[in-house]
Design a protein around this ligand. Sequence first.
Ligand SMILES: *Cc1c(COP(=O)(O)O)cnc(C)c1O
Length: 291
Amino acid sequence: MENPEKYGFNSQLIHYSGHHDSYGAATVPIYQTSTFGFASAQDGADCFAGVKQGYMYTRIGNPTIKALERQVALLEHGCDSVALASGMAAVSTVYLGLLNAGDHVVSSSAVYGASRVLLEQHMARFGVDSTFVNTADIEQVKAAITPKTGMIYIETPANPTMEISDIKACAELAHGIGALLVVDNTFCSPYLSNPIDFGADVVLHSITKFINGHADIVGGIVIAKKVDVYSKLRNAMINFGGNMDPHQAYLVIRGLKTLGIRIDRAQDNARKVADFLASHPKVEWVKYPGL
Ligand SMILES: *Cc1c(COP(=O)(O)O)cnc(C)c1O
């Protein structure tokens, strides 16, 4: 697909694979290989030195994984993305790649359980402090900021409380103090929300959920708005080693094609359930963002 930005979301899902080969394959082949050969020893040395582009080793880069990374970056309006073995590998790559000892994080208190444990129990061991507030209330976010705050981390809607945070207001707050805004966009998927358009610097997904959609793999992805942040994330992935594998990437590319129609149907169904419960005499409250 030439100039994929010009096409609609569902056309991008179906026709943009982020991959071209000399055979004109309509789908992305699975490059099930650990290593790649070089034309010469010099060629290999140039690739490892970074003076020449080329695939060397699948943890560092692989054409099947790259096709998925290009496609999701396009859908999320980012410059590029890094695919990982799980959603938690995506979250840990964000923390480990973008924070330093002495930094402080303001996070949604309703954040996915493991994302909170990672900050409270693990990043704390490396000198990263964190404060958890209801980020749906921007005043609480403001009040939690310290001179050391380097990141605001929100999940919106949050899993499973459905708390909604104001991405634009959080981005303005973060940028006002030179911090990054990270958004866990797992629940909306790029079909319903593109946080980068509202000022987010980094967007991440548990691919396990809507993006893959078929309950047959666990995976994660991190999308960066700008190249300097992308480079830090890729470097962290390569050195901590949480890469996705090519077969996993192939299944996600396959699942992603139907994202739009799956979400439309899921929303229709959710709305019916929410309306039924809201009008049921024995139900006291219903929490559904659409109501
Ligand atoms: C599931 C989930 C994660 C963790 O992803 P895994 O793929 O299970 O590692 C992170 N954030 C949210 C919002 C999730 O729903």
